[in-house]
Design a protein around this ligand. Structure first.
Ligand SMILES: [Mg+2]
Length: 124
């Protein structure tokens, strides 16, 4: 798990990112510099990694039920790991994270306008 200390040690935690929001394009660009898997593992490697990290998020939340305490920072760190795999997977698909985010917001806004936020199915 990569945390803030690791980022500082590797020089990824830049001063400019502390003083202003980090945009998706910059995040994806910086994250790409740490992607070391081979091109023959494109798509499958980050897809499996994303599934694994999503499981780690769920496991941290599960421990809230078991132990009665909630480690917010640990969940946030796992969400960051998810973001890394999303950045890598979207890069492999040649789609920017910003495009994916905008497309997702558009879908949600249409659902809201159509009164189909509740319910199930991809094509609501
Ligand atoms: Mg993790």
């Amino acid at each position: 798990m990569i945390n803030e200390t690791d980022l500082e040690a590797f020089g990824y935690w830049q001063e400019q990112w502390k003083s202003k929001p980090l945009d998706m394009k910059s995040y994806q660009s910086e994250a790409q510099k740490t992607a070391i898997y081979g091109v023959n593992h494109a798509v499958i490697y980050p897809a499996l990694g994303l599934a694994g990290e999503a499981g780690e998020v769920a496991n941290k939340v599960k421990k809230m039920l078991r132990d009665g305490d909630f480690d917010r920072n640990a969940v946030a760190a796992e969400l960051g790991d998810c973001m890394w795999y999303i950045a890598a997977l979207s890069r492999d698909l040649n789609i920017s994270m910003a495009e994916i985010a905008m497309s997702n917001l558009e879908k949600l806004m249409k659902r809201k306008a159509n009164g189909t936020i509740k319910g199930s199915g991809d094509n609501r």
